[in-house]
Design a binder for this molecule. Structure first.
Ligand code: HEC
Length: 284
């Protein structure tokens, strides 16, 4: 009797497993059959252009301060017209190698919201090192009104919010192009309408941001580096990697120290174990 129950349970189990595999396989096959192919599927470039040679890549990362300063300059002179950076305070700029006096002077170049001390009315004042980067628009309604109904997102965490963020920002900035004839032929609806721009690196192919970096020399770099579009895109992508995780370099370094300590502690534990059990006799 017990044996019979065992066999039945076994058969039932096998049946359920087969059912699971079967339905899984059908779902996977079904995707090919039933999901209509869209322009996004066909023309979105998942793989970003290589943005290689960054000092913060790899197992021994470091910040290239000159590059971060150039990237900051691009953000300030181009992107900040539309994008905020609300996770970063001016005082954080000292991590880019600016002195305290330079940070103070830099903060004062920015205009931040303030309060008129005599009347209590809203007004503006020069920034202080403790202030955070101001939003360019008073609220989302104003931002959307100025940008063809799209709200320029805050860029502080952008490189974390997109897959392979550094390369994504670089690709987005350098990837604007005319829609291909094939796209126009197969998906006429996907050709950008007025106020939209085609960019295969953007998830749905058309975005409301006009190409922000268009001409070589758009920014005059303080350190004399030639400001090609490629260079500006590379530098601002590096800067936005720093804003998203200023502690990246410290985190990896700390990781190495922790690994070293763990290896040391393991050796110590092994030696201690040998010491403690040294006098015990084997029984065999
Ligand atoms: C004239 C305004 C304007 C300027 C200048 C500008 N942007 Fe944008 N940006 C936008 C708008 C609007 C969007 C939203 C686009 C959309 O969702 O269709 C956007 C979106 C983005 C996105 C998000 C894309 C995504 O995946 O959601 C990134 C990244 C970006 N901008 C980076 C930059 C950088 C870097 C600069 C400076 C080099 C810059 N932008 C300059 C208006 C601007």
């Amino acid at each position: 009797m017990i044996r019979l129950v065992g066999i039945l349970v076994g058969l039932g189990f096998t049946f359920v497993v087969l059912l699971a595999f079967g339905s899984g396989a059908l779902t996977v096959m079904g995707q090919g059959y039933f999901v209509e192919e869209t322009a996004e599927h066909a023309f979105h470039e998942e793989a970003h252009m290589p943005a290689e040679g960054y000092s913060f890549d790899g197992l021994m990362p470091s910040w290239d301060l000159a590059q971060l300063q150039r990237g900051y300059q691009v953000y300030k002179e181009v992107c900040s017209a539309c994008h905020g950076l609300n996770q970063i305070a001016f005082r954080n700029l000292d991590e880019l190698g600016y002195t305290e006096a330079e940070v103070k002077a830099e903060a004062a170049n920015w205009v931040v919201p303030g309060i008129n001390q005599d009347t209590g009315e809203a007004t503006t004042r020069p920034g202080l090192p403790t202030d955070y980067f101001p939003d360019p628009y008073a609220n989302d309604i104003m931002a959307a009104a100025a940008n063809n109904n799209a709200i320029p997102p805050d860029l502080s965490l952008m490189t974390k919010a997109r897959h392979n963020g550094t390369a994504y920002v670089y690709s987005l900035l350098t990837g604007y192009q005319e829609p291909s004839a094939e796209l126009a032929e197969r998906f006429p609806d996907s050709v950008p309408g007025p106020g939209l721009y085609h960019n295969p690196y953007f998830a749905n192919l058309n975005l409301a941001m006009a190409p922000p970096l268009t001409t070589d020399g758009q920014v005059t770099y303080a350190d004399g580096t030639e400001a090609t579009v490629d260079q500006m895109a590379t530098d601002v992508a590096a800067f936005l990697t720093w804003t998203a995780e200023p502690s990246l370099v410290d985190r990896v370094r700390l990781g190495w120290i922790v690994m070293g300590f763990l290896i040391f502690a393991t050796i110590l534990a092994w030696l201690a174990k040998k010491q403690v059990w040294a006098k015990a006799k084997r029984k065999d």
